[in-house]
Write a protein of this length. Structure first.
Length: 254
């Protein structure tokens, strides 16, 4: 009899412990969601980029950054991204009308989050590595559930060209190692850009290869930063960037 009562009491304590653990987990998840979204709001309202970067790093220094082995050696894996660099270069090119950010090679999702902190209403990631797609979704689950962040698994050289029309700001950090394939990717994005879109490539090491296949008549191109925008069917290119903005020159068809 006493043994039966003892077992019932222990069973009750066991179930209570499980319930307490679940409630604690739910509370922590809710706190994380509120904390991430509060960081976005505080960043948007920040008086300067230093304060904005502080709020971005409060989140980005705590999310997952490790990854499994890259499934295709031609593609770069996830990197420990310098968010100060991201904020700096984005602020030189971004315009107030830009609403939807796209990162081709979006990794663990931190640049998608960073873009929201800079004022974008939505951020879309295209990522080849399924492990990094999953990591992005785990890092920002609520934002994915609300479709504020969308991360797609796919090869940017093979997905529908119309996919690039979802965004009005497209960001590249040369996700492919091969020079010719990277040039093909850039040309593919440029051809499919909709009016009002700006493309920013921050590691344009493959410009000679792109110049050979581009449908545009291009000037002498340097490595480093390169921005292209499309307005009313006309393309413009920038290779010189100041804190107040970029120096744009028109491009013409070959």
């Amino acid at each position: 009899m006493h043994k039966s009562i003892f077992l019932k009491v222990m069973k009750t304590f066991f179930y209570l412990a499980i319930i307490a653990t679940l409630l604690s987990s739910c509370k922590q998840t809710k706190q994380k969601v509120n904390w991430v979204q509060a960081s976005i709001q505080k960043s948007r309202q920040a008086p300067n980029d230093s304060t904005r970067l502080y709020h971005i790093n409060q989140v980005c220094t705590r999310i997952q950054k490790e990854e499994d082995q890259q499934p295709n050696p031609e593609y770069w894996g996830g990197i420990l991204y310098n968010m100060a660099f991201f904020v700096d270069v984005m602020q030189r090119v971004k315009s107030p009308h830009h609403q939807v950010f796209m990162d081709v090679g979006s990794g663990n999702g931190e640049k998608l989050f960073g873009a929201l902190c800079l004022g974008f209403k939505q951020a879309i990631g295209i990522e080849y590595n399924p492990a990094l797609v999953k990591m992005s979704q785990q890092n920002f689950p609520a934002l994915h559930q609300q479709h504020i962040i969308k991360t797609y698994e796919g090869d940017a050289l093979k997905i529908e060209g119309s996919s690039f029309k979802q965004a009005d700001f497209i960001y590249l950090y040369s996700p492919i190692k091969n020079t010719d394939k990277m040039a093909r990717l850039l040309e593919r994005v440029v051809v499919n850009m909709k009016d009002g879109t700006t493309l920013l490539e921050v590691n344009a090491f493959y410009m000679d290869a792109w110049k050979k296949l581009s449908h545009l008549r291009l000037p002498v191109l340097q490595g480093g930063w390169l921005a292209i925008k499309k307005e009313k069917g006309q393309y413009f290119l920038a290779q010189t960037f100041y804190e107040s903005g970029a120096v744009w020159q028109p491009l013409f068809m070959n």
